[in-house]
Design a protein around this ligand. Sequence first.
Ligand code: HEM
Length: 414
Amino acid sequence: PVQHTPDGAVLVHAVPEDVQADRERLYQEGPVVRVELPGGVRAWATTHHEVSRATLNDPRFVKSVAHWADFQSGAVTAEWPLMGTIPTDDTNMLALDGAPHRRMRRLIASPFSARRVERLRPRIEALTSKALDALEERAGERLDLRSEFTFKVPMAVIGELYGVAEEEYTNLGEMYAKLFSGTTEEGEHLQIYATLFQFFAEMTARKRAAVDEHDDFTADLLRAGEGEDDALSDTEIAVTLLTVVAAGHETTVNLLNNVVRALLAHPGQLDRLRRGEVTWDAVVEETLRYDPPNNVMMFRFATEDVEIGGQTIRKGEALMTHYGAATRDRQEFGEEPHPSVFDPDRTQGRHISFGYGPHICPGAPLSRLEAGIILPMLFERFPDLRLAVPDEELEVVAALSVTSLREFPVVLRP
Ligand code: HEM
């Protein structure tokens, strides 16, 4: 059952015991739920589909922490571990609102477009192939698919996108994983952030000095808005690069893991996939709904009192989108098949797992491209891939943001 504080707020844990059951319970409490987060921080959560869409697209809810009363009063400080998931600087598009946000989105649109990321296809195939080759020798042993494969390939793709060497990016992923676990020591995320910023600022400066020699995402950003007076500054580019890893790596790792996990738990669907009765696209989209990589998105802040979903959210209060709970919405996804069921043939409803409104994920084309290449190649190479432990034993490390598996023990070729 849901645990409440004495005054009726729902206690939301950084790591729930059972993520899927937690989603259903929060949905039942919805549509708008008063929550208490680790550290006693109070907020609201939208846990139904329509109210989530409405608030994500409502200019009365903004991303800037300048509008968060508890942050401004010092009741919540920068040291709160979950601040690692809340951008606070005004060069980060995730923290921007209104016209400055629209400007950033306009300037990054082309570098992120489906057409620009499509050129990575042959490289993604080659990187996947190389990563699969590296697993051949140990295919009969238990290994961690997360650290050995699903973590590595998207990191290599980002390296490719940015045009940086492997040695440079291998430890970046680890730093981010820590940043997003919400389990760092007090203040540790601030140090990690500073290190990452320096890395990307140096890279931007290096490429700026010889932009014509590069044809990668960084160079695209350097050229974005060229000749106009609102081109991206080097600081904005460095922060964008930093944000792309933050917003795009662990989420993609998670999508890959979640698809593999759903298929192993539903072998009938895997068979249908092999017989061509269902497409990889349908499986990926249903996984995005059934087990969204971004379980919770923190925070938006009310700029005035807002009445919504039977509650009044006061000016200055924080609101999070509980994507996980919203996936259980009967009104959007119907009763049959029940939203708790993984069913790639589902026709009713549209997930919002890439967000909605002005901040909708610009990385969706890249993650879909990656999933559509990496997953079929994995199952083609290792058709008998299976879990090395029962599914119930898979452990999740965080659920307030991205629900990552601590380890994904499999045997590739039993
Ligand atoms: C924003 C989900 C992959 C870059 C978002 C948002 C969601 C999301 C829900 C909206 C945040 C909000 O409302 O505040 C996902 C999921 C992914 C994924 C589920 C993988 C399956 C990626 C990738 C990239 C990326 C691969 C980069 C290449 C971004 C950026 C933003 C964002 C930069 C901020 C946009 C803004 O604030 O205007 N993502 N994302 N994401 N995502 Fe993704």
